[in-house]
Design a protein around this ligand. Structure first.
Ligand SMILES: CC(C)(COP(=O)(O)OP(=O)(O)OC[C@H]1O[C@@H](n2cnc3c(N)ncnc32)[C@H](O)[C@@H]1OP(=O)(O)O)[C@@H](O)C(=O)NCCC(=O)NCCS
Length: 179
């Protein structure tokens, strides 16, 4: 099983490779080839450095966690919890290296992210996933998430066209009062 720890800016290069490899593996055929061709490990590394440059604030908790196995990062999550004016918690990313898919890394990362969001008071969690990403749908459903709605949104890179996104939600039991 992997070890989990918070991600660090020194991880940006390796995280860039993991995200790039996972994107190509997961999204080929679901977004345009032009969109995929514009991605690169360097581009993703820079995106990570930008992510690390914007830390949590009083109204938003944001965290990235990595799963490490055999001396390398095998997957990661990012999540954020907004607290103003209501608590809104989103699992923003979960990616596992294509060569270790279906070995429990995603489950370990997900359980950790859910625990972390619960620890800062979140009870209603959201995750969004491409309509065609059926593997991820099965994963979320197996881990207790419910499909709630779907909607169209533009491509991330400002390209013409849109993708259909499915929203999954998960409600956590509120913590029991001591005593
Ligand atoms: C979705 C993803 C994170 C799952 O990670 P993983 O490490 O492969 O998942 P796990 O091995 O922990 O699987 C946990 C359970 O989810 C379910 N599951 C996972 N992948 C599945 C699949 N392809 N088909 C059916 N069920 C699946 C199973 O119930 C599995 O338990 P089991 O293996 O004991 O049967 C991984 O496939 C991934 O990184 N995909 C590419 C990126 C992506 O799509 N991210 C989500 C974008 S929002």
């Amino acid at each position: 099983m992997p070890t989990l720890r918070p991600a660090d800016p020194d991880d940006a290069e390796e995280l860039g490779h993991v995200r790039h490899a996972a994107w190509l593996w997961a999204y080929r055929g679901q977004v345009s080839e032009q969109h995929l061709a514009e991605l690169s490990p360097l581009r993703e590394r820079l995106a990570w450095l930008e992510w690390f440059s914007q830390p949590s604030s009083p109204s938003i908790t944001k965290e990235a966690w990595v799963a490490v196995h055999g001396g390398r990062i095998v997957g990661f999550t990012t999540h954020q919890v907004l607290r103003d004016p209501i608590v809104l918690a989103e699992l923003t990313e979960i990616y596992v290296r294509p060569d270790v898919i279906r070995a429990g890394v995603g489950r370990a990362l997900m359980n950790n992210a859910v625990d972390r969001m619960a620890q800062v008071g979140a009870t209603d969690l959201v995750v969004r996933v491409l309509e065609g990403n059926v593997r991820a749908h099965r994963f979320y459903e197996a881990l207790g998430w419910s499909r709630v709605r779907q909607f169209k949104k533009p491509y991330r890179l400002g390209e013409a066209g849109s993708v259909t996104v499915v929203q999954y939600e998960r409600r956590l039991s509120p913590p029991t009062e001591p005593g």
